[in-house]
Design a protein around this ligand. Structure first.
Ligand code: FE2
Length: 214
């Protein structure tokens, strides 16, 4: 077995670093009252951490241990025998992206450059938000709603379970987690209330604009 570095640092000896749980971009109570600290502590501290920990166990002593998270995802997508690695890698990526898709005092008007792109693709910001909300609410079971860039157009798509737009040639701009663990402690079965509150109060339009330029 390849010896695994037990720290989170790179090794000059070529020992692969494990995938790491990135720090939250804000404190666990920063999104209250829309998302409570209790939800954040479970969602980030238990669920997200478990995906990263499980991924590290699955890739230890395999060729995947030497790859970036994105490369692990694209290398295992659609391969039934690698589904566990794909699921944990994609969920690790999706959650890091979701935390950045939210921000305290978010929502409101998008920055002008993004607003122009939204209007060109959806007609209005309100229509874009309504499409994001209806897509998030209509995802059957666990999954994600995404604002993505498809060529030069913005689109809204949904993915089930761990699935991720980068494997479909789409550039993610924003993500909304609609797994029950994202909202059940705060909203129980009222997914629409969670989604609309996120869109009105937390969505990070600046992050979406940054992602267009990447
Ligand atoms: Fe989640």
């Amino acid at each position: 077995m390849t010896k695994m570095d037990t720290t989170n640092s790179s090794s000059a000896a070529g020992v692969p670093s494990p995938q790491t749980l990135p720090p939250l971009p804000y404190s666990e109570n920063a999104l209250e009252p829309i998302i409570t600290a209790k939800t954040m502590s479970f969602h980030y501290g238990k669920h997200h951490k478990a995906y990263v920990d499980n991924l590290n166990k699955l890739i230890a002593a395999t060729d995947y241990a030497n790859l970036s998270l994105e490369k692990i995802i694209t290398s295992t997508a659609g391969q039934a025998e690698q589904m566990a690695i794909f699921n944990n890698a994609a969920q690790s990526w999706n959650h890091t992206f979701y935390w950045k898709s939210l921000t305290p005092n978010g929502g409101g008007e998008p920055p002008a450059a993004l607003k122009l792109k939204i209007e060109a693709s959806f007609g209005s910001v309100d229509t874009c938000k309504k499409e994001l909300a209806s897509t998030a609410v209509s995802q059957f079971g666990s999954g994600w709603a995404w604002l993505v860039l498809d060529g030069s157009l913005l689109k809204v798509v949904k993915t089930g379970n761990a699935n991720i737009p980068i494997t479909m040639g789409l550039k993610p701009l924003l993500a909304i987690d609609v797994w029950e663990h994202a909202y059940y402690l705060d909203y129980q079965n009222r997914r629409a209330d969670y989604v609309n509150a996120v869109l009105d109060r937390l969505i990070n339009w600046e992050f979406a604009l940054q992602n267009i330029g990447k």
